[in-house]
Design a protein around this ligand. Structure first.
Ligand code: 13P
Length: 257
């Protein structure tokens, strides 16, 4: 079953770009003809958020890649959720595997950041995903469910402003995309978990998007899977035309529905 609401595609630019390259990317995005049934967000590095907000078509919203756990103050180097909201940002990515496994953020911290961001009116793109060693040890759903539990513990039963992003770590930036069947299997398991641990309503409404080596060539087939409600795209989101093709995979979704 698919989540309700529009197909959702996010472009996570990670720590990439310069004033000049971002100007070019925004120009490309502004010239893409996006299908109606797709909600699109892009996530520039903090430094370029105002440039993007000032130049990007309002058909596309902006997400931050992180936010502080609570109210701003004496936290050198951090950006708070209320500052993001004040600047016009609508979404924030939390729990990305690079923040979990490179920076060392814990499940508890990610839950707290998500709850605070929601309290400030931001939508949260809540990432989960197993490492290769977890998959090989048949621990995929154990890991994903543990990560989901930490979000649920912190945010409670209102998931109306949360999109869940399943991003297997072994598929991120590797060119090794999960097969449509592998992705569908985990998405269905996530939906079932939401039904058992949160509510029927949250399970049926929450959009569950896939990330990990999504590109213009594989997005349409992935989109036809029942529980894939969109994508979180890294590398291919740095190319405007290709990102447009991925967003418009919503057409394949509609045909399959
Ligand atoms: O991490 C990702 C999106 O958040 C996926 O990255 P790639 O699309 O580059 O594999």
């Amino acid at each position: 079953m698919a989540g309700t609401g529009k197909f959702f595609v996010g472009g996570n630019w990670k720590c990439n770009g310069t004033t000049e390259s971002i100007k070019k990317l925004v120009d490309e995005l502004n010239s893409v003809m996006l299908e109606e049934g797709v909600e699109v967000v892009v996530s520039p590095p903090y430094l370029y958020i105002s440039q993007v907000l000032g130049s990007l078509s309002n058909r596309i919203e902006v997400a931050a890649q992180n936010s502080w756990v609570g109210k701003g103050g004496a936290f050198t180097g951090e950006i708070s959720a209320e500052q993001l909201a004040d600047a016009g940002v609508k979404w924030v990515i939390q729990g990305h595997s690079e923040r979990r496994h490179v920076i060392g953020e814990t499940d508890a911290m990610i839950g707290k950041k998500s709850a605070y961001a929601l309290s400030q009116g931001l939508g949260v793109i809540a990432c989960v995903g197993e490492k290769l060693e977890d998959r090989e040890a048949n621990r995929t759903t154990d890991v994903v469910f543990e990560q989901l539990q930490a979000y649920a513990d912190a945010v409670g039963s209102d998931w109306s402003n949360i999109v869940v992003a399943y991003e297997p770590v072994w598929a991120i930036g590797t060119g090794k995309v999960a097969s449509p069947q592998q992705a569908q299997e985990v998405h269905a398991a996530i939906r079932q978990w939401l039904k058992e641990k949160v509510s029927d309503d949250v399970s049926s409404k929450t959009r569950i998007i896939y990330g990990g080596s999504v590109n213009g060539a594989n997005s349409a087939e992935l989109a036809t899977q029942e529980d894939i409600d969109g994508f979180l795209v890294g590398g291919a989101s740095l190319k405007g035309a290709e990102f447009g093709v991925i967003c418009n995979a919503v057409t394949a979704k509609k045909v399959a529905a």
